[in-house]
Write a protein that binds this ligand. Structure first.
Ligand code: SF4
Ligand code: SF4
Length: 315
């Protein structure tokens, strides 16, 4: 297949499938792309990942109060919360026959199961959805694209890391992230997020959160292997009568070219606070530049035509 050229090539640099982000970033010889597969169906909400992350990375505390809604005390990802375990409480129908038919529950736009009748004593069943969220280490990472200092960079493992000693606190990366992951610390404005434990990876160790997870809800490894494993797990859950199980962030054809950290979810992404259809925010920049360039040329042309008679009159 011939290489795309010109404007099309520029578009593909900022969006679309990208089989080798590390190579594209200049790492000529590099290990396979590493990533996270978070299987939320086995998360028990113990928060061992949050604690291990804080401990290994020496992250300051981020408030010790509960949200008042659940056992969640951190609320979301932030400069001092690089892993966040969401607790979502749901009322579910009691009778199994009230569940939606399997063909209506395929990802990612799975409709809500219809609310079933309560049990004879008026109860409905309750379930907790627990999910450990993290930076997605996007294939096309807008945070990195907009960083003017090179503080954010693509590692040889294909992950995205921010260097706190180079960050100048401009904050451009914050609105660029389609997931709302990266955040500045109020004290000095510098941005922080998960590094996928770059220092541990360099020493051949797995990230602290994956190491601490007692149920293997957080799995770490070569991204290609994780994608295969995740597809098998979805089949297994479907066969076991969990038709709503589906993957999120695994598809290289999605709006960010696929995530380096993807998830198995049991409900719609919005339920977990994830955007249903994320798009790299720099995707439209080449088209905008082309249009701005066209408009500037048009204005110059119009000005030249308008002032041409004046030039002739002076002569
Ligand atoms: S999730 Fe946000 S912070 Fe993480 S790599 Fe993607 S754009 Fe950057
Ligand atoms: S990979 Fe490391 S930095 Fe990222 S969430 Fe896990 S423990 Fe924290």
């Amino acid at each position: 297949m011939s290489e795309p050229e010109g404007p099309r090539r520029l578009d593909l640099l900022l969006s679309g499938p990208e089989p080798d982000p590390a190579g594209d970033a200049g790492h000529q010889e590099h290990p396979p792309r590493m990533g996270f597969f978070t299987d939320t169906s086995v998360c028990i909400g113990c928060k061992a990942c949050e604690v291990a992350c804080k401990e290994w990375n020496a992250i300051p505390e981020d408030g010790l109060s509960l949200t008042g809604m659940s056992y969640d005390n951190t609320g979301g990802l932030g400069a001092s919360t690089w892993r966040h375990v969401a607790f979502i409480e749901q009322s579910r129908p009691v009778a199994p026959e009230t569940a939606a038919p399997p063909e209506a529950l395929v990802a990612p736009a799975a409709p809500e199961p219809p609310a079933g009748p309560p049990s004879p004593d008026g109860r409905t069943e309750l379930r907790w959805l627990m999910s450990s969220d993290v930076c997605k280490h996007c294939t096309h990472a807008a945070c990195l694209d907009v960083c003017p200092t090179g503080s954010l960079f693509r590692t040889e493992f294909g992950t995205v890391v921010v260097q706190e000693d180079i960050c100048n606190g401009c904050g451009y990366c914050v609105p660029a992230c389609p997931y709302g992951v990266i955040e500045q610390r109020p004290e000095d404005g510098r941005a922080f997020k998960c590094t996928m434990c770059y220092d541990r990876l360099g020493d051949g160790m797995e990230p602290a959160c994956a190491k601490a997870c007692p149920t293997e809800s957080i799995q770490f490894g070569p991204l290609d292997e994780l994608r295969e494993r995740a597809a098998l797990r979805v089949d297994q859950l479907h066969d076991a009568g969990v038709p709503e199980a589906h993957l999120y962030g695994h598809d290289p054809e999605d709006g960010v070219g696929g995530d380096g950290a993807f998830f198995l979810l049991l409900d719609r992404p919005e339920v977990y606070g994830l955007p249903p259809d994320p798009v790299v925010t720099t995707r439209d920049l080449p088209r905008m530049w082309r249009r701005a360039g066209g408009a500037a040329l048009g204005i110059l042309g119009a000005a030249a035509i308008a002032f041409a008679p004046l030039g002739k009159a002076k002569r």
